[in-house]
Design a protein around this ligand. Structure first.
Ligand code: ZN
Length: 165
């Protein structure tokens, strides 16, 4: 059994990279998706994007408890409604941020067999897709914070303790 892939942590600059689109799903992509799924389950996450493990490909895995979805080149083509929920991220440990996202989405992507899928998702599944697609575009949950709160998170991450005055 492998130890899984190493998940990059905020503020690693590689998390800001926009992932390249995948031309076709071959053995390399299948191997990465399998390793990503294993890493996601070991980390008790419900989603993981290739950007988070330093791989420059539009690949992601999601399992919100309804089975594993292998995702290649996802694009949201329709959104409906909105919902604000607290969200965490394996790349931003011990941080929960309230984020307003579309409640229902239609997403197009290629699956592990190279078939184009059109999926309607709502609730946590819709949120997970939006979160992973953000990752593939170099966007993180901290980007939804205002600049002052973002600075506080950075300080805490670097071990900096603000002075008591
Ligand atoms: Zn994340």
């Amino acid at each position: 059994m492998s130890a899984g892939l190493r998940i990059l942590k905020y503020p690693d600059k590689l998390l800001r990279k926009k992932a390249a689109s995948v031309k076709s799903v071959g053995p390399e992509e299948l191997g990465i998706l399998a390793e990503m799924a294993e890493t996601m389950y070991m980390s008790k996450g419900v989603g993981l994007a290739a950007t988070q493990v330093g791989i420059d490909k539009q690949l992601a895995v999601i399992d919100v408890g309804e089975g594993l979805i292998n995702i290649v080149n996802p694009v949201i083509v329709k959104t409906d409604g909105s919902e604000t929920e607290e969200e965490g991220c394996l790349s931003v440990p011990e941080t929960a941020i309230k984020i307003k996202r579309a409640k229902t989405i239609t997403v197009n992507f290629m699956d592990e067999a190279g078939e184009i899928r059109h999926l309607n998702a709502t609730g946590l599944l819709a949120r997970a897709f939006q979160h992973e697609i953000d990752h593939l575009h170099g966007k993180l949950i901290v980007d939804y914070l205002n600049p002052i709160k973002k600075m506080l998170i950075k300080r805490r991450r670097s071990g900096h303790k603000p002075k008591n005055i």
